[in-house]
Design a protein around this ligand. Sequence first.
Ligand code: ADP
Ligand code: MG
Length: 671
Amino acid sequence: MDLTTPIQKVPNIGFFYSKKLKKLGIATVEDLVSHYPFRYENFGAPYKIEGINPGSLASAVGQILQIRNIRTRYGKNLTLATVNDGTSSIEVVWFNQPFLTKSIKQGSRVGLAGKVGLFSNHKTFINPEYEILYTKTLTNTTHTQGLVPIYPETSGVSSKWLRTKIKFILPTIIPKIAESMPAESLRRNKLVPKKQAVWQIHFPKSAAQIQPARKRLAFEEILITQLKALRRKEIWQGRLKGTKLNIQQEKVISIISNLPFYLTSSQNKVLKEILADLSRERPMNRLLQGDVGSGKTVVAAIAAYVAFLNGYQSCLMAPTEILAMQHFNTMKGILSPLGVGVSLRTSSIKRREAFDILIGTHALITKTVQFKNLALVVIDEQHRFGVTQRAELRVKGLTPHVLTMTATPIPRSLALTFYGDLELSTLDELPKNRKKVKTFVVPPKKRNGTYQFIRKNILAGKQAYIVCPLIEPSETLASAKAAKEEYEYLRKEIFPDLSLGLLHGRLKSKEKEETLTSFRDNRLNILVSTPVVEVGIDIPNAVIMMIEAAERFGLASLHQLRGRVGRGDEQSFCFLFTESGSKNGVARLTAMEKHHLGLELAELDLKIRGPGQIYGTAQSGVPNFKIASISDLPLIKSAREEADLIFKSLSLNKMKPLRLLLEKQSLVTPD
Ligand code: ADP
Ligand code: MG
């Protein structure tokens, strides 16, 4: 058995468990030993039974005097046992585990740990952790003494199960773990060797051993992420050639001065950065970060215009068809008068046609399109920041300039770490005409008042969004107002005299387009929608955003939704309805009343809900670390510096274990 051994080959795991382990991202022995505990239960040293007091947590070691199953009058299965350690006896009760009597027999020596209470006046362990001890030296326990690791679990795979397997394989595997970091790096950063860290993270002898183990493993995780980014950057920019574009200043100035507004100084600044990239041969790889409504699209349009002037094609990838259609209209508005051929590709429009700029979803463009001479790719509102798309383009033999746009507020230091291969441009101001969106958490009794307010605004020519969390009712989210039902209800009962539209992800793209066009042309007064409006829809005449069951959203998502209004110079409003009576839930929402910057709200959410919720999984683009915390900025900083040192010294080639980690492809999740 070594690190690469598939998990089903490990004794006592087999195919049955390997399927369950896949859900935890575990496919190999290495994955299993890097399945780290997220906390520890501290049972301490075993007590003498005579000294154990009811009402406390305790650990004990002793011999089973008797054990039996009974069924109570109410049909509950109890296993009752008496354990003696030479000082005294204690009772034990387990609920619903009648199989225990198969392995725990009279005379067995056991370790027990858990809550002790009083049962008919006897000291009793209530449903304790237990283990059978096969040796006379009673100290070698795994589950019932000292610090006991608690792991992320999945159905059928408990912490106890994981603990047993990990303890079983560690003695064989630890000697085979290669030290991935050079001795100087360890010394410079005061890190413990890897072998020691892996042992200590699973089975620390004392609390003082946990932190150094954690630090070491987290450091390595960040180091690898950073080295990967540096390598992607080197490949993308060092070896590949993009298209050097000529910037025709007068034409650029002319398109800018023909816009219906002045660019903000932020927009001017990032445009300069982008155009400078386009004028180089090395392909651009830039992240344009800007809060909702900061005006990213027009910047992209100008960049695409520059490519057009040079006789090259561009494409713009949007995450949804709805957004692709909107971009199509915006681009056409700005660029068609200048003779640019703007074309839209949706699942229903696939015909081959000549174009200068092609707009569609990521999937439609990367899969089906042949380009004549693609020089620029713009990727809008997407979270993996182009890594995947870039790889796909490379497969097609293309190395265009790539501009990725996002409204996800990631602090600069984090962005640089996770996406060290990207240059970063930030739009840090909103167009001057913007007013803060007035935001209110609305108590249920003011619901009718809110409807009246909406009606008043509509009669004055304005429009509103009403957002519900789900398309269809479902039992798990029974209280959520399904958009469809809500739409019917509002249309018949509340606003029978107004025209309402319904928008959700399951509509055909043609229906979506029609609805959205009607709303844009103000033929619909109210758009009832699932959160699909979250990404990027831009209709300045809509000034009210009403959100049902707002507690279901993170603050960053609420901010995105709110960003659909307040896009013109009118005062806009956002009403948050909640079904949650919980104080915390409401307090979180009231943050929306005070804060109007995406970054501030993301940081708040980070404090309230933790990084997993906001930056978790693929949603945000920030990688999901096993052990590193994205809020540990000092650690991130030093790991980044170490990565730079290693990369610059070119010694990576000599560091085989580290190189292997970099190249390792997970069998479970795509990298
Ligand atoms: P986002 O950055 O959220 O993608 P958009 O590009 O959709 O924002 O722009 C939001 C709205 O602001 C659009 O209606 C756009 O026409 C308008 N806009 C963009 N730049 C400016 C500006 N400098 N002044 C005024 N309005 C602008
Ligand atoms: Mg946008």
